[in-house]
Design a protein around this ligand. Sequence first.
Ligand SMILES: Cc1cc2nc3c(=O)[nH]c(=O)nc-3n(C[C@H](O)[C@H](O)[C@H](O)COP(=O)(O)O)c2cc1C
Length: 323
Amino acid sequence: MIPIKLKDVLIDPPLVLAPMAGVTNHAFRIMCKRNGGAGLVCTEMFSAYAIKFRDPRTASMLDWTDEERPVSAQVFGGDPETVAVGARAMQDAGADVVDVNFGCPVPKVAKSGSGAMLLKDMGLAREILAAARSAIDGPLTIKTRIGWDADVTVLELAEAAQEAGVDAISVHARTAVQGYSGKADWDIIAEVVKRVGIPVIANGDVKSPVDAARLFEQTNCSGIMIGRASLGDPWIFGRNAEYLKTGVLPPEPDAMQRLQGAREHAALLRMVLGEARAAKEMRGHLVFYLKGMPGAPALRNRLMLTRSVEEILEVLDEACSKC
Ligand SMILES: Cc1cc2nc3c(=O)[nH]c(=O)nc-3n(C[C@H](O)[C@H](O)[C@H](O)COP(=O)(O)O)c2cc1C
C-alpha cells in the first residue's frame, strides 16, 4: 500500500471514507479517524449555491477539526462560477482537499445540472473543472460514476479532469441510472487507471478487507474508498489497513466494542447536533451497530423508543453491563 500524495497532503494509508450525506458529519468522521486506517475522511456534500448565498446551516457544517485531518470537503453545483465560489469557500474554511461531485444521481441534485448530470454534458463538465481549478491552489479532486447510463463517459471525464489539473479522481463503478442496484463494475475502474496518470481512488461494494485487496489487485488503483460498509463499523478501515499490510485477517469487532463504539458515536453526535436531532440521527446508526449481535432485536426495540441521547446512553450502558 503506497500512500497517495496530493500536493502537500499525504493520504496514508490510501483508504478513504466516502462522502455520505446524512452520515459523514464531524461525529462519524471522528469515529472513523480515531479507530485508525482512514487516510482521508470526506464530508457530506455541500451545495455550492447554499454556500454562495451564505446559508447558515451549511456554514455550521464546515466543522472539521485537526483530529480529522486530512479532510476532504465536497461541493456540488451546476454552473462554473458557483462551483468556484463553493470550492474557494471550502479551501478558506481549511479543507485539506476540495472535491467536486460529478456523480450524485438524486433528483434534487441532478435537476440543477449538478452531480451525475455532468456526465451527460462534457462541455459544461470541462467548464466546471476549469473554474474549480482556478478557484483553489490546494488539492482538487472529483468523485464520479462510470456514466449516466450504459454509455460509459467516465474515461472522457477522467481525461478532462487530468487536463484541467485535477489531482485525483474517485470512481464509484456504477452508472447514475443504476443507483445502487447491480454490482459495481471494477473493470471500468481498471480502464480509468490505464487511461490517466493521476491517482484513481476506486469505490463500490468493498465490504471486507478481502474485497479491498481484490479491488487493488483487479484495478491497480491508487486508493480505495468505502461508504456503506462503514455504517455501524468505523473499524473497517483499521481492519483493511491491517490485512493489506500483513495478510492476516483481523477479528471483527465484538459486541462490547460495538456497544461502546455506538456510545461514543452518540455522545459525539450530541455535541454536533444537540440532544433531539442527535437522538433521531443516532437511532438510524444504531440499527447498523447492533446488526447480527445476540439479543439485537429486543435491544433495538428499546433504543427505537428513546427520545434523547441521554436515554440512548442509559440503554447502551445497561447492555454493556450485561455483555
Ligand atoms: C447514505 C449515503 C449518502 C451518500 N452521499 C453521498 C454524497 O454526499 N456525495 C457523494 O459523492 N456520494 C455519496 N454517496 C455515495 C458514496 O459516497 C459511495 O460512492 C457509494 O455508497 C458506493 O460506495 P460503497 O459501495 O462503499 O457504499 C452516498 C451514499 C450513501 C449510502
